[in-house]
Each structure stands twice: as structure tokens, then as C-alpha cells.
Ligand binder design. Structure first.
Ligand code: DAK
Length: 256
């Protein structure tokens, strides 16, 4: 396990805290490898129902590591497909919640957007300041931010490099819920435990259908949703969920 990550697991929830305080959790290759290597086995574990990713009070992550990037040539970046590995994080199928306090800039904002839900503390600050460094977002910022907050605000943020505070981020649709900083991790883990308590097939299907909405036509998306809905009638958890309702008792999902 990497010294850059603090990992805890309880009640079906894995919590990963990024821990490079000297550089405000700047994302380097080692952090990327550690995060993906740590989370892929949990992603395959049926007992793992939700992932929480967080940073420090001052920074979720202040971007890709500028020191690591500074000396790279075009060919270095192209041959190594520099930072493409972050997509492996986005492809994890287990729901991921980003709990953001402080700075989530550049690659840090992009990493939060690779999560399925962003909860923020009131101190959170989001931005895509790459233009100030002579580059542009490279880990999905131009695509995911535009889908989340719309063209007008995404263009404003990416072209000016300005920062967005937590309140604006919530009003804009980037952040699902805002909490006091002191309550952020507690509330995020509470939501994660709720997600982890449901049947995993329904959870995976719910996530896939919502994600499909961003990539397809309404007709295709509705058909995909209906087929996924039909498929869940093949699970024990559907019988349990509906029987429990009729028997007026809490459901006990078993992931089958
Ligand atoms: N990288 C490396 N070090 C960083 C860093 C970063 N992104 N951000 C902060 N640090 C370091 C600072 O250098 C400083 O180190 P020392 O001077 O103490 O050695 C330490 O963290 C504390 O930072 P400050 O002293 O600056 O702290 P302040 O509170 O004054 O300011 C700040 C906080 C977050 C406003 C400031 O640190 C800042 O502006 N940081 C840079 C933010 C930024 O520009 N982020 C975007 C990085 S570019 C790609 C895919 C993706 C990307 C690129 C390519 N491909 C697929 C090819 C992504 C690019 C980016 O994310």
C-alpha cells in the first residue's frame, strides 16, 4: 500500500484519503498507480458497495503534479499516454463519492468529476486553471464539466481559469450536497453505507443507466433502462425488496 493513500474499509464502504500534504495532494504517477491498484480488487469484491475518495481539509487535490509535468516533452507524454491511466479510476463500477474540502483544481476537479457523486464542504473550491499554465484540461475537464454545469459556465471557467466556490458549485450542478466541513466525511460515509446496503446488481444497473443518459438518445436510453429493469427480476434481491415491503419489514439484500 502506498504512503500517499490512507485506506480504511468498514460496512461495505472503502474510504481512501489522499495524503501528499506537502503538495496539496498534487496527483503524480505514483498516486495514480496506488489509487487504481488499491481500488481494483475492492471493485471486484461483492462485499464492497461504495467507495469514498477524500483529501485533506486544505485540498482534495490541487491538480496534476506540476513538478512532474514541467520537464515533459510532447513525445514523453504521447509515448507514455501520460495520465491516461486515470480513466481506469473512472471505469471502476462500484459507486464512487468524492468528499471535497478545500482545493479541487485541474486534475483534482477532474478526479472529483470521475466520481459518481460529489459532496462538498463549505470550504471547497473548484477550478480548471490549466490555461494559466499554458495548457488545457487533460483528464476530462472540458467534457465532464461541460456536461455537469453546461457550456456557458464551463467555457467561463476553462477560458478564464477562475475558481468556483462550494455554493456556486452546488447551484451549478457540480456538487450534489453541501455540508459543514466538520460533517463532510461523516455525512459522506453515511450516504455511502446507504448505497452499500442495497442489492449490488440494482446499484450497478442504476449507475449504468444514469451514465447512459449522458451518452445516448432518449429513445435508446429508455430502452436500455427498461431492459436493465427487466433483468433485475432475475435477482433474489428484487424478490426480497418487494416481499419485505409487503411484509412491512426492512429488506435484507444479499447481492444475489
Ligand atoms: N503540483 C505540484 N505542486 C503543487 C501543486 C501542483 N498542482 N499545487 C500546489 N503545489 C505545492 C506548491 O508548489 C507548494 O510547494 P512548496 O512551495 O511548499 O514546496 C505547496 O504545494 C503549497 O502550495 P502553495 O504554497 O501554493 O499554497 P497556497 O495556499 O498559497 O495556494 C493553490 C494554494 C492551490 C491556490 C496553489 O498551490 C495553486 O495554484 N496550485 C496549482 C493549482 C493548479 O494550477 N492546478 C492545475 C495543475 S495542471 C493531462 C491530464 C491532466 C492534466 C495534465 C495533462 N494529460 C492527459 C496529458 C492536468 C493538469 C493539471 O491539473
Amino acid at each position: 500500500m502506498s504512503a500517499n493513500l490512507i485506506v480504511t474499509a468498514a460496512d461495505g464502504v472503502v474510504t481512501v484519503k489522499m495524503n501528499r500534504p506537502d503538495v496539496l495532494n498534487a496527483l503524480d504517477g505514483e498516486m495514480l498507480r496506488a489509487l487504481v491498484d488499491t481500488l481494483q480488487p475492492f471493485d471486484r469484491d461483492p462485499e464492497c458497495g461504495c467507495i469514498v475518495l477524500t483529501g485533506s481539509e486544505k485540498a482534495f487535490a490541487a491538480g496534476a503534479d506540476i513538478r512532474e509535468m514541467n520537464e515533459k516533452s510532447y513525445l514523453d507524454a504521447y509515448h507514455s499516454d501520460f495520465l491516461a491511466g486515470w480513466e481506469a479510476f473512472a471505469r471502476l463500477r462500484t459507486p464512487k463519492i468524492a468528499a471535497v474540502s478545500g482545493y479541487a483544481l485541474g486534475g483534482g476537479c477532474e478526479l472529483a468529476m470521475m466520481c459518481d457523486i460529489i459532496y462538498a464542504g463549505r470550504s471547497a473550491i473548484f477550478g480548471q486553471p490549466e490555461i494559466r499554465l499554458g495548457v488545457i484540461p487533460g483528464m476530462g475537464g472540458s467534457q465532464r464539466l461541460t456536461r455537469l454545469i453546461g457550456r456557458a459556465k464551463a467555457m467561463d471557467m476553462i477560458l478564464t481559469g477562475r475558481q468556483m466556490d462550494a455554493q456556486e458549485a452546488e447551484h451549478s450542478g457540480l456538487v450534489a450536497r453541501l455540508f459543514d466541513d466538520a460533517a463532510l466525511l461523516f455525512e459522506t460515509q453515511k450516504a455511502a453505507r446507504i448505497i452499500a446496503s442495497y442489492g449490488k446488481a440494482a446499484t450497478l444497473a442504476a449507475r449504468e443507466t444514469v451514465n447512459r443518459a449522458e451518452e445516448t438518445s432518449l429513445t435508446e436510453g429508455l430502452l436500455f433502462e427498461r431492459r436493465a429493469f427487466h433483468a433485475l427480476f432475475a435477482t433474489q434481491d428484487q424478490k426480497e425488496g418487494m416481499t419485505a415491503f409487503l411484509e412491512k419489514r426492512p429488506a435484507r439484500f444479499v447481492g444475489k
